[in-house]
Design a protein around this ligand. Structure first.
Ligand code: NAP
Length: 471
């Protein structure tokens, strides 16, 4: 019987019983690892076990597969989070998917607490005709491709001279920047080689960024926007907006004022012989997408404010584009057998304590990150978010009596990672990730780069299973 069940010892500042806590975290992205970090900080107990599951053989989630390759400073947060795995209490259990390889019931039986850190793996749709044409994809799919996600479909950029991004948030900024940036400036990043090859073949001349509302209602952050509009060889135009809309707005917050300033500065800058034209178009929404099997044209409708809502004006504008990216928000996805709020795209919870759809508590189950609060905030937001959830988790564990703990799960809970390995399921432990890491670094360094992402399941799995790569 584990010390958890005996309730022996006190050994932690937080009051969690010595050896008491076995915690599963499902999702090894920033929110899951911030949760592990918070747990370690609150519980110095030598018996603590934290198993961090992920469907991928690689940890770091959005840091690896969502943050743009040229945002190296943000990506370095992974180096801090890697320290979590230096603690013997923490195991990485990669290539194990909830719903496919393990069930919710297994997790509940094997651990005192389960923290779901599932992120937001879906995205919002425009709901317009033609949205399913080839060349019309979500920013999430485009980001997954350039970030080397093994599930990503290749994106063909040859023949694309005009691309349009719908949405005026930071994801829109990321994808517009990758499209507008000189390829040479991306060569030093960890972008997979086939992606670089495709970007090199690109012939992008103009990138549209379309907002359904005005510049004062954008969701950009000033630093990210300035980085985009100040790219070398990029000329910026602002369309659909009256000059007074760019003036400082009385009572607006600092972010909005700085965004307006950045747009004013960008529009005023002369760029001779621009390589790419970056065309912001405000007060327009997508009406339809047209083309013969492939995106050729987008029909936009001019909008106007109507109280707190938007109204159409029946003024149309057709723009020829060969690539349409919708950057209108990520959404959490439901998992079979787990509660889900389809409106918010989150798992229902109260400050991270999971509930069912009717608000009934689900003791021992918690949520963190985007699946808890929706797809908002920067990477660092997940730290305080995880701290809130973990504070409740630790408090709940501390207040559970040993008999409750025993009733909650079998006296000899299965060691799930061992059980999976015994069943012949290939599991990527942290050593396997380090092999992938080393292979990526070696591949990058052979081409004068720090790292080149390995982007296929085959090569990743080979490195997990036997450490060898088969050509
Ligand atoms: P976001 O900030 O919520 O922006 C979504 C944009 O899509 C908004 O401009 C929204 O306009 C628009 N939109 C929504 N539905 C639309 C529709 N049907 N038609 C047209 N436009 C529509 O979301 P995000 O850009 O996906 O970013 C998610 C989070 O990640 C944000 O917190 C962001 O700051 C963060 N992030 C940060 C970085 C960074 O720091 N470098 C990079 C990427 C993402 P309305 O306001 O009119 O709804």
């Amino acid at each position: 019987m584990s010390a958890a069940a005996t309730g022996e010892g006190a050994g932690s500042a937080s009051g969690v019983r010595s050896g008491s806590a076995r915690v599963a975290i499902v999702g090894a992205g920033p929110s899951g690892l911030f949760a592990a970090q918070a747990l370690l900080a609150r519980c110095s107990d030598p018996g603590l076990v934290i198993d961090v599951y992920d469907r991928l053989p690689t940890p770091y989630g959005l840091l690896r597969y969502g943050v743009a390759p040229d945002h190296t400073a943000i990506k370095r947060v992974a180096e801090t989070l890697a320290k979590v795995f230096e603690n013997r209490a923490v195991r990485f259990v990669g290539m194990v998917e909830l719903g496919r390889d393990v069930t919710r019931a297994q997790l509940r039986d094997s651990y005192d607490a389960v923290v779901y850190a599932l992120g937001a793996s879906g995205d919002a749709h425009l709901g317009v005709p033609g949205e399913d044409l080839v060349g019309c994809l979500s920013a999430r799919e485009f980001v997954a491709w350039y970030d080397g996600h093994p599930d990503a479909a290749p994106v063909v950029l040859s023949g694309v001279s005009s691309a349009m991004v719908i949405g005026v948030g930071n994801v829109a900024v990321d994808v517009a920047r990758v499209l507008a940036k000189p390829v040479e400036a991306l060569e030093e990043t960890d972008i997979p080689n086939p992606v670089l090859g495709s970007l090199r073949k690109g012939e992008i001349e103009e990138v549209w960024v379309v907002g359904r509302r005005g510049p004062a209602q954008t969701a950009f952050t000033p630093v990210e926007l300035r980085e985009l509009v100040n790219l070398d060889g990029v000329a910026v135009t602002l369309e659909g907006v009256g000059p007074d809309e760019l003036e400082p707005v009385e009572g607006a917050d600092r972010r909005t004022q700085q965004v307006l300033q950045a747009l004013r500065d960008a529009a005023a800058r002369e760029v001779t012989d621009p390589r790419v034209r970056l065309r912001f178009l405000f007060w327009h929404r997508v009406w339809s997408v047209a083309g013969h099997g492939q995106v050729e044209r987008v029909r936009l409708e001019r909008t106007r404010p109507d109280g707190a809502h938007l109204a159409g004006t029946e003024q149309w504008r057709d723009v020829e584009v060969q690539l349409l990216l919708r950057a209108i928000g990520y959404r959490g996805q439901p998992l079979p057998g787990l509660p889900f709020d389809p409106v918010g795209g989150v798992m229902p919870n109260v400050e991270g304590r999971m509930t069912d759809e009717h608000g009934a508590a689900q003791p021992g189950e918690y949520v963190v990150g985007w699946i808890k609060r929706g797809a908002t905030g920067v990477i660092g937001t997940n730290k305080s978010d995880a701290a809130e959830t973990v504070a409740h988790l630790v408090s709940d564990l501390s207040s559970r009596s040993s008999s409750e703990v025993e009733a909650g799960r079998p006296l000899e809970p299965a060691d799930l990672p061992d059980l999976l390995a015994a069943q012949g399921k290939p599991v990527a432990d942290f050593a396997a990730w380090l092999r992938i890491d080393a292979a990526e670094r070696a591949e990058g360094q052979s081409r004068g780069r720090i790292r080149t992402k390995i982007a296929t399941w085959q090569r990743l799995t080979d490195l997990v299973v036997d450490g060898e790569q088969h050509p």
